[in-house]
Design a protein around this ligand. Structure first.
Ligand code: KG4
Length: 342
């Protein structure tokens, strides 16, 4: 009988400590500990993040194994996020993974965090068969740090067609939300408010750059300057119009993202289209994907909410593919903070 492939995935690139267990590509558990400590600062504080990872990593891995009903001895390999991310955060997961794999004498698999977001669509659930994209597919990867259109030829062959030349989409939303005095992170708050607002109430600058690249810094500036002017005329402007502001901001971001993606689909002729990353949780973006699919005949792949933000299930599925290829890494492999896809 063929032996089961059981992968433990570990993710610690930013402010979520996560561990997941996959058996033959099917998710058995995915446990994530968030870090509320950053809320008071309006952004992730690297030193606090790495300390919290140290507190969380052992209980998170322990819970993931228990929920999966898998013992340490049954594991085939440990997959971990090598980067990109915050160095202090990465080091906690990387060091833990190395020690754990060495103690169990099983292979160690390094995973690129960005590739893992793109491959999250392949995670299978025990109770239902999830349709997976066919290669090649296009993936819009949108998070707090990235806005990219990627051509995915295989799990290990990804080509960036376009990317942001300044801010990422999530970063722009978070900063505009901060300017409005809303909480952190702004994305989910803007999403919630936008559902009650008029998306055409206000218009903000859209970038005019060629190719598939994005730019969001102009939108951020336009939002800030418009707001200043409106507040000068009415000090209660934000409070009285926050739903319309959120809806208009969200629509502008979604329009910018979809416009370039549509161009990439037309030019490449690839109609398998996925979205990934934290901003793919956004209701407006998810609805736009469904509208484009209906209008243009795209086959779309939208991740479950649990796989949009950072999670170890996506690390484990990438590890599963690498395991099948025998693509293991050495214990002396360092973490990396800045790198694109690999
Ligand atoms: O991929 P991710 O969890 O982390 C990294 O960037 O590494 O993405 C986080 C980003 C943040 O900017 C957050 O505001 C945004 O995803 N986000 C959302 C929503 N949920 C999270 N943006 C818009 N609408 C949402 N519902």
């Amino acid at each position: 009988m063929k032996k089961d492939i059981i992968i433990l995935g570990i993710e610690s690139s930013c402010d979520d400590t996560s561990a997941a267990v996959l058996r033959n590509g099917v998710l058995l558990s995915n446990v994530t500990a968030g870090q509320a400590v950053h809320e008071a600062y309006g952004g992730v504080v690297p030193e606090l993040a790495s300390r919290a990872h140290q507190q969380n990593i052992v209980p998170v891995v322990d819970t993931a194994l228990k929920r999966a009903g898998v013992s340490r001895e049954e594991l085939s390999a440990v997959a971990f996020t090598r980067g990109p991310g915050l160095m202090g955060s990465l080091l906690v997961g990387v060091s833990f993974a190395k020690g754990f794999a060495r103690a169990l004498n099983i292979p160690l698999i390094d995973v690129n965090h960005l590739s893992a977001h793109v491959l999250a669509h392949f995670i299978q659930e025990p109770a239902e068969e999830i349709p997976v994209p066919k290669y090649p597919y296009l993936c819009l990867l949108v998070s707090g740090g990235n806005s990219q259109i990627i051509r995915v030829n295989s799990y290990k062959d990804m080509e960036i067609l376009g990317q942001t030349i300044d801010d990422a989409a999530g970063e722009a939303i978070d900063k505009c939300s901060k300017v409005m005095g809303l909480g952190y992170p702004g994305g989910p708050i803007i999403d919630r408010l936008a559902r009650q607002g008029n998306p055409t109430a206000y218009s903000f600058a859209k970038p005019q750059i060629s190719g598939y690249d994005y730019s969001f810094s102009g939108l951020k500036t336009s939002f800030l300057y418009s707001l200043r002017q409106w507040i000068a005329e009415n000090p209660h402007f934000i409070e009285e119009n926050k739903e319309d502001l959120a809806a208009s901001l969200e629509k502008t971001v979604v329009d910018i993202l979809m416009h370039k993606l549509e161009k990439a689909v037309k030019d490449t002729g690839i109609t398998e289209v996925a979205v990934a990353g934290g901003v793919s949780a956004n209701t407006g973006l998810r609805n736009a994907f469904k509208e484009y699919a209906a209008r243009h005949g795209w086959n779309i792949y939208i991740p479950k909410f649990g796989y949009t933000t950072d999670n170890a299930a996506m690390i484990a599925i990438t590890g599963h593919f690498k395991y099948l290829d025998g693509d293991f890494c050495n214990i002396d492999l360092p973490a990396y903070s800045r790198v694109t896809l690999s």
